[in-house]
Design a binder for this molecule. Structure first.
Ligand SMILES: NC(=O)N[C@@H](CC(=O)O)C(=O)O
Ligand SMILES: [Zn+2]
Ligand SMILES: [Zn+2]
Length: 336
């Protein structure tokens, strides 16, 4: 097969940042109809009013389908969350364990403190998106530890809360999601395309560094199997997370891979390798809307296989430079 027409994809986990960086990267998600926009700005998006203002800036910068989120803090007002969701300003609430990832300092330290908000969200049908890692212990074990220590009890306390476990990276997370109702998972391009050996064995590759960190090849295989299985619990959230090139190629490298421009060519490559191109549409365009209770997109895109894509190493503009995630081999699929 060298041509594939699918319903237009959505991106269920996207960082667009703000200011000049927003202006540079917003147009790069052009192939996606909608995207869940992450709220980890500095300062974070914590109120409905801030989310509405940020949504306007995103549209102005050139991305027409933002679905906004609120950043959960220990002082989040349950009434504001429920009202912002009811009024259509926000689609979901994002939980960052404090210190787990980029701009997570205002996140949750004491999970008891957010119980009232989670209960209100459960009652009102507001979905919760989770960065699922502990903030201590070995960095390669933090996702699995979070499942046992935090997510299992949280799930048991709020069984009707709709949860998206974001950017899953381990076989343990895949199993956890399969075992529990009302919980689905997003997967990124980099976790499907690469593993920690790719990141660390031929020199250290900062543009492969993100959180949760890439795991060993057996976990990558479990992710690829789940993504291409056709199961509705697994869908695309690119977690495209632009950082200035100087912040990636640095003594202390920022966490995040920039994949928005070529996410679809990368995914077509993966699904073709897994002999599952017929399941790409489910992963990119059907399972996400089903989880969030939204209609699927009506228009379609066509992917074609041809000569290797001539991708730029980096994009530049508005005083910003961002380097693309480079899988290390040619990509032959492109969006027509
Ligand atoms: N994934 C990352 O490594 N970084 C994200 C934050 C996040 O999604 O955890 C970012 O905002 O840069
Ligand atoms: Zn995250
Ligand atoms: Zn992210």
């Amino acid at each position: 097969m060298d041509r594939l027409t699918i319903r237009r994809p959505d991106d269920w986990h996207l960082h667009l940042r703000d200011g000049e960086m927003l202006k540079l990267v917003a147009p790069e998600s052009r192939h996606f109809a909608r995207a869940i926009i992450m709220p980890n700005l500095v300062p974070p998006v914590v109120t409905g009013a801030q989310a509405a203002a940020y949504r306007d800036r995103v549209c102005e910068a050139g991305f027409a389908g933002p679905l906004m989120t609120l950043y959960l803090t220990e002082t989040t007002d349950p009434a504001d969350v429920v009202a912002a969701h009811r009024d259509g300003i926000v689609t979901a609430v994002k939980l960052y364990p404090a210190g787990a990832t980029t701009n997570s300092a205002s996140g949750v330290r004491d999970f008891e403190k957010v119980r009232p908000v989670l209960a209100a969200m459960e009652a009102a049908g507001v979905p919760l998106c989770i960065h699922g890692e502990t903030t201590d212990g070995d960095v390669f074990d933090r996702e699995a530890a979070f499942l046992d220590r935090t997510l299992a009890p949280l799930r048991a306390a709020h069984p009707a809360l709709k949860i998206t476990l974001e950017h899953v990276t381990t076989a343990e997370a895949v199993a956890f999601v399969r075992e529990h109702d009302n919980i689905a998972a997003t997967m990124t391009v980099q976790h499907l395309m690469a593993n920690r050996t790719d990141m660390l064995s031929h020199g250290m590759r900062p543009h492969f560094y993100c959180l949760p960190i890439l795991k060993r090849d057996t976990h990558q295989a479990a992710l690829r199997a789940a993504a291409t299985s056709g199961e509705a619990k697994f869908f695309l959230g690119t977690d495209s997370a632009p950082h200035p090139t100087h912040a990636k190629e640095a003594t202390c490298c920022a966490a995040g891979c920039f994949t928005a421009p070529h996410a679809l060519p990368c995914l077509a490559h993966v699904f073709e390798e897994e002999a599952a191109l017929d399941r790409l549409e489910g992963f990119t365009s059907l399972h996400g809307p089903a989880h969030y209770g939204l209609p699927v997109n009506e228009d379609r895109i066509t992917l074609e296989k041809g000569a290797p894509l001539d991708l730029p190493a980096r994009i530049e503009g508005h005083g910003q430079t961002v380097t693309l995630f480079d899988p290390g081999h040619p990509l032959r699929w492109h969006v027509r």
